[in-house]
Design a protein around this ligand. Structure first.
Ligand SMILES: [Zn+2]
Length: 334
């Protein structure tokens, strides 16, 4: 069930020790809010802590699950009856009240292995208002030996009443050197780690996913494609045809990222704002030619369109891509 080795990630040791100490003093809270950027391993942390609570013979010295007891075996087979993970039913979909009712039923039963019951809600900010209200009652009195772990990237989207009932655990981004060392441990070559981390906003797990999905190659291809459009060597329609088979959300993510950098560049005239050094020349050219108004206009369109993509299943891909590339071309033509 865990995606990584059964230990906290190197930048999560303080949070881990905090929970271990609370457990030893029998002062664990009923509910924790684990918040931080995506790609910092909040889910891994929550699952590992869940496994440790469920483990029948935890190693007290290392504070780690034994991996051999019945509980650990069930956990590793993703079939432990006393851990419940609640996630949206699809990307961009909300967590609904029916799912929280399932949680309430789960809490009402006695733990089948006689120990803790662990509930992970990922991400908690995906709960709609009915789901949030239903959860509130459970957060007040979850019952003995029941721990709720709420994961969130946007705690501003959570009800204040939910936040106030949780103990907060922050997961900041690790230092660059720590992230790089960890990626090396995952057998990633040293030469493109910097670029990978920049592209992944310094989020180590996101960087790992980018590496596995060869996202840097896609990024370079998009970069070249945009350059040929700017130079008038390719039309937006032709470019749209070339990108038909790619994940649209990824393209929007890259562009949102670059536009944000260009806006900062134009506003502050400060080169240090450009983290994508390999694109310095192009980003500088386009941003100075476009000017801040056009940059903001395109940026706002990208954000809005990206949001729309999350919600809709049947988008006309060709049309969306044409608009995307026309918008880019429009930045540099008068
Ligand atoms: Zn165990």
């Amino acid at each position: 069930m865990l995606a990584f080795e059964p230990q906290p990630l190197p930048w999560q040791l303080a949070q881990w020790q905090q929970l271990i100490a609370q457990r030893q003093q029998q002062k664990l809270a009923h509910a924790y809010l684990l918040h931080g950027m995506p790609g910092v391993g909040k889910l891994h942390f929550a699952q590992l802590f869940g496994q440790l609570l469920l483990c029948l013979k935890p190693n007290l010295e290392t504070a780690s699950p034994c991996q051999q007891c019945k509980s650990c075996l069930l956990f590793n087979a993703s079939s432990h009856p006393d851990i419940l993970q609640i996630v949206p039913e699809g990307s961009g979909k909300p967590i609904k009240v029916d799912q929280i009712r399932q949680l309430i039923d789960f809490v009402a039963k006695t733990a089948q292995q006689g120990g803790y019951r662990v509930i992970i809600i990922d991400p908690a900010d995906a709960m709609n208002i009915n789901a949030s209200n239903a959860l509130l009652k459970c957060l007040e009195e979850p019952g003995r030996n029941t721990i709720l772990l709420l994961l969130s990237e946007r705690t501003s989207a959570l009800l204040a009443t939910i936040k106030s009932r949780c103990q907060v655990l922050a997961f900041p981004l690790p230092a660059l050197s720590v992230a790089k060392a960890w990626l090396q441990q995952q057998s990633l070559a040293d030469n493109d780690l910097d670029q990978l981390l920049v592209a992944a906003h310094y989020q180590p797990l996101t960087a790992l996913t980018f590496h596995k999905n060869q996202r840097l190659k896609q990024r370079q291809a998009l970069q070249s494609c945009l350059a040929t459009i700017t130079k008038g060597q390719k039309t937006p329609v032709a470019a749209a045809q070339e990108w038909q088979n790619e994940d649209l959300l990824c393209l929007f993510d890259w562009l949102v990222d670059w536009l944000a950098e260009m806006i900062k560049w134009v506003m502050a005239k400060d080169e240090t704002f450009i983290k994508n050094h390999d694109m310095l020349k192009m980003l500088n050219y386009v941003s100075s030619k476009a000017g801040v108004t056009r940059l903001y206009g395109y940026y706002a369109w990208l954000i809005e369109q990206r949001q729309r993509l999350l919600g809709a299943a049947n988008q006309n891909k060709q049309l969306v891509l044409e608009s995307l590339f026309i918008g880019w071309l429009h930045l540099t033509i008068y």
